[in-house]
Design a protein around this ligand. Sequence first.
Ligand code: DQA
Length: 159
Amino acid sequence: MARILVLHGPNLNLLGIREPEHYGTLRLSEIDRQISDLAGKEGVAVEIFQSNSEGALVDRIQQALGKFDALVINPAAYTHTSIAIRDAILSVGIPTIEVHLSNIHSREAFRRTSLISDVVVGQVSGFGPQSYLLGFLGAIEYLRGPVQIRKGRKKGEGK
Ligand code: DQA
């Protein structure tokens, strides 16, 4: 069974209360419940961890070595500042999906830079709590095998 570790960074424990115009009104516990339900439906094992501390997140990424097949991470503000989290992801070499509730590319300029975006499989940003579910499904699909994108055919072209 595939094992996926979901990591939430700083201030995400205040979801539901915190800046609802950016992050919605759902609490983190409800998002975690939805992730666990999805894991159950898809037949994968999931563990979820939140910390406000950069070091604790680095520790969990390191401890994931040999225990998890993929990471889904919302590093929150550390997205824009943490070389340590980037290095930890590179060190363990576990395929990682980056998620953000808000669209970090449509907000303040400093949020447009992610220090992990070039070392992750992909980024899901801007779909609210759904970003986690889409990112989680992305991790599962990635583990199941290469994504085959069929090119659209123009009218009149053969099969
Ligand atoms: C966030 C975006 C970050 O810029 C911000 O610091 C967060 C949350 C998001 O999920 O949209 O704390 O990662």
